[in-house]
Design a binder for this molecule. Structure first.
Ligand SMILES: Nc1ncnc2c1ncn2[C@@H]1O[C@H](COP(=O)(O)OP(=O)(O)OP(=O)(O)O)[C@@H](O)[C@H]1O
Ligand SMILES: [Mg+2]
Length: 328
């Protein structure tokens, strides 16, 4: 089910509770798709990165080649926040009168650690990667952080669009106000003093540029939203273990994603205990069956793939290739 789902999509997200195997299953799916001849980009959005651990090699914020047809990168949360703030700060400095530039810098320094800043910056970077990835790759696979974080992130494009929209409207109002003020007198007149000295060309120039910037931002978020909510292009796969809490969290995550307009394309139940390898695991297997029953009754009709618990960890390209061969 996973292979057919992936083959028909351009963007895949893998999410779920911590430690269930998101990174492993995401990487194996990406590898299988690259093996089938598609150009694939694998992106980790998890601040506690593990693509590097999984591939047993250095993976960072720059794209590296992981296998034939498969590129990968790990988003660097702090660098993402810094780049995001640099862009917003630049816009604000242009928007504010020159003598307030110091205040803008102070505000930006404080914003670095503000709640929500990581998510906003991460989302901006995801939007950029989706835009670029859809141009340069056939498939983009996102390996995400544990459930709560990702569900909030998925609902964010709408909020960010609304926020930018509000800013645009306010800017249009102040633009009219600024024009009226400028008409009050000469360049040295009261109007110019009130709205501040010009830093970049005329007032109209500046307003125009700010509007362009806001439009570009809004467009970026709208585009991301469009891609995320288009179930023909994008699918979200929830990875879980057949245990009580992962099952409950999966049902909750599914509901949260639904509210955000994002289609869950399938479930991967990883680390299933064998029924025929001793009494201990057989007992676990029986208990897992009960949790599977809860899962299937809560989410009937969702494609589901099960993967066995292996004797060892999955580390390195060879082990991943073998793991990928288990996907169907
Ligand atoms: N089917 C499996 N059998 C045995 N071990 C597995 C299996 N799948 C994954 N693992 C191991 O489980 C551990 C966690 O896997 P992984 O890092 O993919 O989970 P994750 O959901 O991405 O975790 P995190 O929430 O920390 O990002 C790893 O050591 C991995 O090798
Ligand atoms: Mg992971």
């Amino acid at each position: 089910m996973l292979l057919a789902l992936a083959a028909a999509r351009r963007v895949l997200f893998f999410g779920g509770k911590g430690g269930v195997g998101k990174t492993t299953v995401a990487a194996a799916t990406a590898l299988a798709q690259a093996g089938a001849g598609r150009r694939v980009l694998l992106v980790s959005t998890d601040p506690a990165h593990n693509l590097g651990h999984l591939w047993a090699r250095e993976v960072g914020p720059q794209i590296v080649r992981l296998a034939a047809g498969l590129d990968g990168l790990e988003l660097d949360p702090q660098a993402t926040v810094d780049a995001h703030l640099a862009e917003v700060g630049d816009a604000l400095r242009r928007l504010m009168p020159e003598h307030l530039a110091g205040e803008v810098d102070k505000h930006m320094a404080l914003s670095r650690d503000a709640p929500g800043m990581h998510e906003a910056a991460l989302l901006e970077r995801i939007a950029e990667l989706v835009e670029q990835g859809l141009r340069d790759y056939d498939l983009i696979v996102f390996d995400t952080a544990p459930s709560g974080h990702t569900a909030r992130l998925m609902a964010l494009p709408e909020m960010m669009s609304a926020w930018t929209e509000g800013l645009l409207r306010r800017q249009q109002r102040s633009e009219r106000f600024g024009a009226a003020l400028r008409n009050l007198g000469s360049d040295e007149g009261v109007g110019t003093r009130i709205i501040g000295g010009e830093r970049t060309g005329t007032g109209e120039d500046r307003d125009q540029r700010i509007r362009q910037l806001l439009h570009r931002r809004r467009h970026r978020f709208e585009h991301l939203r469009e891609v995320l909510t288009d179930s023909a292009r994008t699918s979200f796969v929830i990875v879980l273990a057949a245990e009580r809490l992962p099952v409950l969290e999966t049902i909750e995550l599914h509901a949260q994603l639904l509210r955000a307009g994002i289609a869950v394309g399938g479930l991967v139940v990883n680390k299933r205990s064998p029924a025929d390898a001793g009494a201990f695991l057989a007992e676990r297997h029986v208990q897992e069956e009960q949790h599977m029953h809860t899962l299937r009754s809560a989410l009937p009709g969702l494609p589901l793939q099960q993967l066995p618990l292996l004797a060892g960890d999955v580390v390195g390209a060879g082990a991943l290739q073998a793991f990928a061969a288990r996907l169907s």
